[in-house]
Design a protein around this ligand. Structure first.
Ligand SMILES: C[S@@+](CC[C@H](N)C(=O)[O-])C[C@H]1O[C@@H](n2cnc3c(N)ncnc32)[C@H](O)[C@@H]1O
Length: 415
């Protein structure tokens, strides 16, 4: 198998028993180092314009935020035949989408999903609508880029032998939209396989709305990044810069120079990693409780996590596991107390340091922080970037030496 990363010196694919294909460091990695940059083979919208006549808030090709109002909507580039109200941020996106991701069939199919969902009971669930939009994009990809469709099918994700009723209903719905003929055929089994690939491999590109709530604007399939396994205390995290800044964030300062497209993602290591270590991401916010994590991993990814953090938290009492921060109040207090208390806290909560240093403390964020890339001479950066809200935090020297820190240790560089 060819190396999936664009820096073959840093990572290699290794088969690890019980985990499948895994990415392992081939040399020591420095905190903040970019280990992968990846482009999507498929992007599809997470939301749909909600009211009749309302335009999409995002470019329907690159998902950059559009500031649409009744006075400027006529000046934006639109799809000539679109009642889905797709808009594009520039003529290049328009041209590229009309011959690819927003083909005439996609345009009609998205429009149908949008307007028929109130009348079709099974399509009223927003998650089912997302699956329907994914299937439209995937069956379109089979025609516009057979090699990328093949790549999608090669990703991890097994469908049940017999498609379940929900999949059958989605398949019949897509069949009613007359999908374009491709060399891959069209069957309930293929639909089930596609849904399994999407569930296990899609990355969400986030958006921040006016109430500071973070929602997903689009989902993407990134074939190289799909080889990262999960760990509840990851040693790497993913950044995207869809609007020219970290998603949802106001800063443009941390956008890497070599990013080629606004829909690329990059993966950076959170702290130094020795050679031969598996590199893992967290598939969801690290602030989720043990129960939330195990449930998601079992339901969507089909495995039980026995990472170091889960081995500790499995012994926690239920009431200790419901703070939503991963940090239980008892241990928080213990950390400020005597050495004895601190030792006890270490045993019960050895990952406290990770939470203090690498989890964003902005309200409702829960993003993961990674240092900016090291400088040319490999000196580490003392500025950490949140991969959800985009805030940059300067780390004080003395927080680096394991004192468990507190909020006063870091200066926020921006509001
Ligand atoms: C995005 S893929 C990761 C790459 C995958 N291992 C492969 O072979 O292509 C997600 C799948 O990897 C496996 N996986 C990821 N993290 C795991 C872990 N911590 N333990 C066991 N299996 C894991 C699960 O099968 C999961 O559905």
């Amino acid at each position: 198998m060819s190396n999936p990363t664009n820096n073959p010196m840093l990572l290699k694919i290794t088969e690890i028993q019980g985990r499948g294909r895994s990415l392992v460091s081939t040399q020591p990695l420095k905190a903040g180092q970019v280990i992968l940059q990846d482009s999507p083979i498929l992007l599809y919208p997470a939301t749909t314009p909600s009211k009749n006549g309302e335009f999409s808030n995002f470019c329907s090709n690159c998902f950059k935020k559009l500031h649409v109002n009744s006075t400027n909507s006529n000046n934006l580039n639109s799809c000539p035949s679109c009642s889905y109200h797709a808009l594009f941020c520039n003529p290049n996106c328009q041209t590229s989408a009309l011959s690819g991701s927003h083909s005439t069939w996609v345009c009609q199919a998205l429009n149908y999903i949008r307007y028929s969902s109130p009348n079709l009971p099974f399509l009223q669930d927003p998650d089912t609508q997302i699956q329907a939009r994914f299937l439209v994009s995937a069956y379109n990809l089979a025609v516009t880029s057979p090699s990328n469709f093949q790549l999608l099918l090669s990703l991890q994700g097994e469908a049940p032998l017999i498609p379940n009723p929900q999949t059958q209903a989605l398949h019949s719905f897509i069949a009613s939209l007359s999908p374009p003929q491709s060399g891959f055929g069209f069957s309930p089994e293929l639909t089930a396989a596609l849904l399994a690939k999407d569930k296990q491999n899609a990355f969400g590109l986030m958006d921040e709305n006016s109430t500071d709530e973070r929602t997903v604007r689009a989902y993407g399939i990134y074939p190289k990044a799909s080889f990262f396994n999960h760990d509840c205390l990851p040693n790497a995290c993913r950044f995207d810069y869809v609007d020219g800044s970290n998603s949802g964030g106001s800063s443009g300062s941390a956008v890497p120079d070599n990013i080629t497209s606004n829909t690329d993602i990059i993966i950076r290591v959170i702290h130094d990693v020795p050679e031969g270590r598996e590199i893992c991401l967290s598939y969801f916010p690290v602030t989720w409780t043990y129960l939330e994590r195990q449930t998601r991993l079992k339901d969507d990814y089909g495995f039980e996590c026995d990472c170091d953090r889960c081995k500790v938290e499995v012994n926690w009492k239920e009431e200790d596991d419901n703070s939503g921060t991963g940090m239980e109040p008892d241990n928080d207090e213990a950390m400020e107390g005597s050495d004895e208390d601190a030792n006890e806290a270490d045993n019960d909560f050895p990952h406290a340091y990770f939470f203090v240093k690498y989890v964003c403390d902005r309200d409702n964020c829960g993003g993961t922080l990674a240092p900016l890339p090291p400088s040319q001479d490999s000196s580490p950066s003392d500025v950490l970037e949140c991969n959800v809200c985009g805030r940059l935090r300067k780390e004080e020297e003395d927080d680096m030496d394991g004192d468990n820190g507190n909020d006063e240790d870091g200066d926020m560089l921006e509001e």
